[in-house]
Design a protein around this ligand. Structure first.
Ligand code: GUN
Length: 297
């Protein structure tokens, strides 16, 4: 194995520690601690686990968190009413509506209802619009994409002028990662289910970000020697030799790609831990923004 392994667990721990220290300093100075509200609609078990982990991580760094849960048949008006109530609540700095929402709900409208100064997920159309525009910056960058950029920096990836290929164009990961890479002056190609000869396109990449949700799809011969490979995929596959009968794999065939890449994130322990770490960082930033706004008004 020749690739440097990018240790997301360790890098995320450092980010969480930095947030914890900033929160402790606020407490010492008698300032309010940041507050995060989550909104969970329905009973998707994976979403429930993600939300629970977010609250646990908040508690560990001293961020106050409140959980709002609505039934799977909640109406559009009911969900929007909860978001509006949280927008008005001065003790809430960040609002996170867990995705995916039940299909009968209008996700776009609900995300647009979140105050942009509390949009710690960075999914509000104004924040995404600013991310897409030259010379403009969003108030918040979506958490997983922000985590990918921190890992690239930690790996020492040279982004300016590099060929970056992003596999996947989701609103949550692929598209915002691509926009961030453009801001970092990379030449970016976004691949998706209709892309012709994916392997050949990927082989051009100095930086390859895989976010397609296909277990071990990226093989060794898709990767340019020395490339930096970031694997966002978390896929559960059957494994009769594992105690649980299954194991987690990424979108990249790790053991073979690690022989040729310059640096690579493992799964688990790569991008996964970064998402919550960046959420904590965004929540702290939301509190700081609220204070700056109070000074200006
Ligand atoms: N579902 C999967 N990832 C995310 C995320 O980063 N934020 C929210 N709100 N929902 C998600």
């Amino acid at each position: 194995m020749s690739a440097k392994i990018i240790d997301g667990t360790e890098i995320a721990r450092a980010v969480r520690q930095e947030v914890k220290q900033a929160v402790n300093e606020r407490i010492d100075r008698g300032l309010p601690v940041p507050g995060l509200a989550t909104v969970l609609v329905g009973d998707n078990p994976a979403s429930a686990v993600y939300v629970r982990n977010k609250h646990k991580a908040c508690a560990e760094v001293g961020i106050r968190s409140i959980a709002r849960a609505l039934p799977a048949d909640a109406t559009q008006a009911e969900v929007e009413a909860v978001v509006n109530e949280l927008n008005q609540d001065n003790s809430v700095d960040g609002i996170l509506v867990q995705l995916p929402l039940p299909r009968h709900l209008d996700e776009e409208k609900i995300l647009a209802a979140i105050s942009i100064t509390k949009d710690v997920d960075g999914f509000h159309p104004v924040n995404i619009g600013r991310l897409a525009q030259k010379g403009r910056d969003p108030l918040f960058v979506p958490c997983t994409p922000a985590g990918v950029m921190v890992l690239l920096e930690a790996a020492g990836a040279q982004l300016a002028g590099a060929n970056a290929v992003v596999l996947g164009r989701s609103n949550i990961v692929g598209m915002p990662v691509a926009l961030l890479l453009v801001k970092a002056n990379a030449t970016v190609t976004i691949c998706h289910s209709r892309t012709r000869d994916l392997a050949a396109v990927c082989r051009q990449a100095d930086v390859l970000v895989a976010a397609i949700g296909q277990p071990e799809m990226v093989r060794q011969d898709w990767v340019k020697p020395g490339a930096v490979v970031i694997d966002v995929g978390i896929n559960r596959v059957p494994d009769p030799t594992a105690k649980k009968g299954s194991r987690l794999v990424g979108d990249v065939a790790f053991s073979e790609v690690a022989q040729i890449a310059g640096a690579i994130t493992p799964v688990p322990g790569g991008v996964g831990p970064m998402t919550i770490a960046m959420l904590l960082k965004n929540t702290l930033r939301a509190r700081q923004l609220a204070e700056q706004q109070a000074i200006q008004n």
